[in-house]
Design a protein around this ligand. Structure first.
Ligand SMILES: [Zn+2]
Length: 187
């Protein structure tokens, strides 16, 4: 039996970092063509939830950090995480094409030379990309990974529970405010 029962936890974190000198952010021709290839031509769904609507394309290694990174380490880490494993690629509308493109890329360019390389891109729905409390840009990596690994069926916790739904937090805040208004008199 577990010692600790399922419970709700709320936290904040702050991060501080330097960015190397980099070019002004722009959508490169390579990014545009890879976005079209992965999302539109191959029909890759959201990597987290499998959604097929409202899809955006995310850089795993951020564009702004690129000049400070070791290409070999980047390549190795992407291989280790294996965003394009057989389970995920099976979900694409054109699985064969997606697998073929990535296999050819690996042969032609063993090391990544651009953040816009398809292997550094992953398709995410808007919710799991940028939205507050659920997007990869707004939650910590450990939490985001846990969301990705929740089973689709018979889960102990749902994705929504792990994602710290905004509605849940605001409901709690309202309850606490109401409780405090009814039980305490201002000093
Ligand atoms: Zn999603």
């Amino acid at each position: 039996m577990n010692d600790v029962v399922t419970h709700f936890q709320r936290g904040t974190f702050e991060e501080r970092y330097w960015l190397p000198a980099h070019e002004k952010r722009r959508e490169s021709a390579l990014f545009k063509s890879n976005k079209k290839l992965l999302r539109d031509d191959c029909g890759a769904p959201c990597w987290i939830c499998g959604a097929t609507e409202d899809l955006e394309v995310h850089h795993v290694f951020e564009w702004a950090f690129w000049n400070a990174l070791d290409r070999r380490k980047v390549t190795d880490i992407l291989k280790a995480i294996e965003f394009y494993d057989s389970d995920y690629t099976a979900l694409a509308k054109d699985t064969d094409r997606l697998r073929q493109v990535l296999a050819e890329l690996g042969k032609k360019k063993p090391l990544l030379t651009s953040p816009d390389d398809a292997r550094n891109l992953v398709v995410l729905c808007r919710e799991h990309h940028r939205l507050k409390l659920t997007g990869i840009h707004t939650v910590s990596f450990p939490l985001w990974l846990a969301i990705a690994a929740v089973p689709i069926k018979d889960a102990v916790l749902t994705r929504e529970q792990l994602m710290l739904a905004v509605s849940r937090v605001s409901a709690l805040d309202q309850e606490l405010a109401a409780y405090s208004a009814n039980h305490y008199t201002p000093a």
